[in-house]
Design a protein around this ligand. Structure first.
Ligand code: NOJ
Length: 553
């Protein structure tokens, strides 16, 4: 076999090293049934538009049986589809259509916890302390006289204590169970082999059904420090990583790695180069790289990149750190700006005062972005990201230039963060509003009935996909062009070489034969001669702030 052929085979096989993966948030993508909540049949009906966008794969947030207390991240049955989203047959139809269109299908798996409606938890509550049923979860006696205090001082990521007490059938108070998230999401005990075996089964179930891989929820949380000691931070708490402090006994413990090695072995049993992607809010990047060592996962979301502000020096640092850390373990760097847990990046990068990750923004939040700046900056940030070597993630709606929705009325909000903090934190509903397809259809074409589980803003008609389609200056066309050029110029496979001595606030680098300039916050920058192949906003000979350009020169 010639070198050229083997190099090509290597690239084709390891598709995930350079892939653009589009996150579908099923509740908010497309609703075929008309109940106001998106579903699998809706996704199938819209897959053409994603193929036309030019992405390589889709990742679906959970669509499994769930009471939906945390929008499906509270799973009651990991191997069936919730009726709200359809049936297993709908999944098969969707996967088949995606594969026909050349799109791989990644599904979400949620191993840190189950729903409190999962049969295991129901049995655990009905069983005695010390029973095998309770041993699948993390039940402990309370502290204090009579056990009326939680076993330790840990807090839920959504606010309030991370422990809830159960009661016996006769009403007497009993043990407490741990839930790092909502009280409807009890944590599993991953030291229990029965839990491990069950998840091997769940992985195989979806692999057998043709899933191309898994996005692994809370991949930094499954192993807790034995004895579950109180969290006693030294100095100021740094909870910047998705709200999780890195010195907390629940997060980023080394015990998770044997689980990922076990999972990697399962996934590797299957043909077709299937993947595991870690949702691991871990820093620094050198530590996150442990999640993607050759025998663990394939990718980890680059959250340090996501939380970096619109600042040239900070961006250059995090890009360098990412390439060094991921390449140090032979993994591809990944890049991501938006997902269903964070303020949409166009709005987030344009806030004039910083907002801690996980708090969300509402109508009275200080420093709300100016709409024009948000569009410009969002596009500039995307174009910078799509030039970086490695794999990139997009979140539904960013290709339409959707902003974060800030004015959702309190009574319509659904995120447990909003409810558990009694409105102190807005949470994540603002990035989850159903997306607009057709300007003059009910619910902008999201649902035939005009219903929408979160209200859509009255002024979204001009952002609908149909009015952007084929319009040269639209954000949709910009994303299509960026993805096509990224592929044509093989930017994702290239080595990045910085251009030095640029003015303050301007970044420049070469990659795959293309020169990239991003004016983050500098004075207008005189561009050198060369052909511009893509600009995030119109440019003449100078590059204004909040603009990225790709050039051939
Ligand atoms: C991370 C998910 O992305 C988020 O939406 C969810 O609330 C938590 N994990 C708990 O599963």
């Amino acid at each position: 076999m010639s070198n050229v052929a083997s190099a090509h085979q290597q690239t084709a096989a390891e598709w995930w090293r350079t892939a653009v993966i589009y996150q579908i948030y099923p509740r908010s993508f497309a609703d075929a049934s008309g109940d106001g909540i998106g579903d699998l049949a809706g996704i199938t009906s819209r897959l053409d538009s994603l193929a036309a966008l030019g992405v390589d794969a889709i990742w679906l947030s959970p669509f499994y049986v769930s009471p939906q207390h945390d929008a499906g991240y509270d799973v009651a049955d990991f191997t069936d589809v919730d009726p709200v989203f359809g049936t297993l047959e709908d999944f098969d139809t969707m996967r088949e259509r995606a594969h026909d269109l050349g799109l791989r299908v990644i599904v979400d798996i949620v191993p840190n916890h189950t729903s409190s409606e999962h049969v295991w938890f129901q049995h655990a509550v009905a069983s005695a302390p010390g029973s095998p049923e309770r041993a699948r979860y993390i039940f402990r006696d309370g502290s204090g006289e009579g056990g009326e205090q939680p076993p330790n001082n840990w807090e839920s990521m959504f606010g309030g204590p991370a422990w809830t007490r159960v009661h016996r059938e006769d009403g007497e108070p009993d043990q407490w169970y741990l839930h790092l998230f909502d009280s409807s999401q009890p944590d599993l005990d991953w030291t229990n082999e029965e839990v491990r075996v069950e998840f091997d089964r769940i992985l195989r179930f979806w692999l057998d059904r043709g899933a191309d891989g898994f996005r692994v929820d809370v991949a930094h949380g499954l192993a807790k420090v034995p004895g579950l000691p109180d969290y006693l931070p030294e100095g100021e708490v740094d909870a910047s990583m998705g709200g999780a402090a890195m010195d907390h006994p629940a997060w980023a413990q080394t015990g998770v790695h044997e689980i990922w090695r076990r999972w990697r072995a399962v996934v590797d049993e299957y043909p077709g180069d299937r993947i595991l992607t870690a949702e691991a809010w871990v820093k620094p990047l050198t530590r996150m790289a442990d999640w993607v060592r050759p025998d663990e996962m394939h990718q980890a979301f680059n959250f340090p990149y996501l939380i970096t502000g619109w600042d040239a020096a900070a961006l250059r640092d995090v890009i360098d750190e990412s390439l060094t850390a991921f390449h140090g373990v032979e993994a591809p760097a990944t890049w991501v700006l938006s997902n269903h847990d964070v303020i949409r990046h166009s709005s987030r990068l344009s806030l004039t005062v910083p907002h801690p990750q996980g708090q969300g923004i509402g109508p009275d939040s200080p420093g709300l972005p100016d709409a024009d700046t948000a569009v410009r900056r969002g596009r500039a940030a995307t174009q910078l990201m799509l030039a970086l070597p490695g794999s990139a993630y997009l979140y539904q709606g960013e290709e339409l230039g959707l902003p974060e929705v800030t004015d959702i009325p309190g009574e319509a909000r659904q995120d447990p963060t909003w409810h558990r903090t009694e409105g102190e934190r807005y949470g994540r509903d603002g990035c989850r509003v159903p997306i607009p397809w057709t300007a003059d259809a009910p619910a902008y074409g999201f649902s035939p009935s005009g219903q929408s589980w979160l209200p859509q803003p009255a002024e979204w008609a001009h952002l609908a996909r149909d009015v952007q389609e084929g319009v040269p200056e639209s954000t949709l066309t910009f994303y299509q062009d960026a993805l096509r050029l990224r592929r044509e110029h093989r930017l994702a496979e290239g080595d990045l070489v910085w251009i030095e001595e640029l003015p303050d606030g301007v970044l420049g680098f070469r990659v795959g034969g293309v020169t990239v300039y991003a004016n983050i916050a500098g004075e207008p920058f005189d561009l050198p001669d060369g052909e511009q192949i893509l600009a995030s906003s119109p440019t003449t000979g100078t590059l204004p702030a909040d603009t990225t350009v790709w050039m051939l020169r």
